[in-house]
Design a protein around this ligand. Sequence first.
Ligand code: GTP
Ligand code: MG
Ligand code: ZN
Length: 333
Amino acid sequence: MDDEGGSAAARSRAPSRKSSHARATPLAPERSNAVVAEVFPNQCRVKLRDDGTELLCAFRRSGVLQKGEVRERSPVAVGDLVLARDLGTEHAGMRQGIVEGVCARRNRLYRPAPGREGTQIRHVIAANIDLLVVVASEREPEFSPGLVDRFLVAAQAAGISTLICATKCDLRDATQPAPWKLYSDLGFDVIEVSARRGDGVDALRSRLTGVAALFCGQSGVGKTSLLRALLQSEVGRIGEISQATGKGRHTTTATVLLGGPEGSQWMDSPGVREFGLADIDPDRLTDFFPELSRAGCAKPGCLHESEPGCVALGLARYGSFRRILESLRAGEN
Ligand SMILES: Nc1nc2c(ncn2[C@@H]2O[C@H](COP(=O)(O)OP(=O)(O)OP(=O)(O)O)[C@@H](O)[C@H]2O)c(=O)[nH]1
Ligand SMILES: [Mg+2]
Ligand SMILES: [Zn+2]
């Protein structure tokens, strides 16, 4: 039941029992003709590159997950380049097709999900991403530095550039320093916008034109609202902020590729409460906190774990670094 893995829909290749998710022979990029726009439990919606035609493609499910196996939840993810064949049939108003091959990915952003009996599922949020747009508001919902840090670590570890998009700036108390100032001071790219008032929307649109950008962040920060403003189109659904908790209501429920001007591949994703990190070596975590590497501890090879004279202890994100470090060590992700 909870095994959501499945073999790629390629008919030509028999799924191997051990790693049926593996893209045994990845498709050469020049042979792809479509991009995956949305993934459902047993099928995916793809968009043909030539004319934007959409096909609903089924994929076969594979066998039971083997003990200790790590597998992706689905054989394809949003952003995957695929070779799709139009079957010429229609179902519920959608043209039907089949995915015949999947290209190797440039990168992917994923979170771990526990499976049965020690197996692990990788939930790939999207693949082939140029820029991770980490959307965060100061209020409604409250800024969550720990979550922002985790997205920044995951993106850096995956080799994906980042942009912190500070939303709802219409709600800001301008007399107080913005919570994202820390990040711009550290050298992260930050842009302030308001989907409601329109501030920064044109600047952000120019910045993202032609870019494969994945929008991520807490529920309710306004990812979908911002994408609507950028696309000037009523895509997706917008949710209310809960009066009781000040949080969003998880309105967007799956990653979806929305497109954008001049070949832009803008992707919306469901809001998250937390973001687990997998496959990150705790000893390499400092690489993803540039200020720690720059801090220049007197002791070479300092692990920044309360060693006397460690200058990292005084850094603003030190607490966040330690929390992530402990969770990686505990294998909690
Ligand atoms: N004041 C203000 N409210 C905004 C702004 N952008 C979005 N909102 C409101 O924030 C609420 C949540 O917006 P959504 O776009 O659904 O948020 P989301 O990040 O997509 O949420 P999930 O899909 O649940 O992850 C809605 O009530 C929006 O009207 C903004 O710039 N300013
Ligand atoms: Mg949304
Ligand atoms: Zn140190």
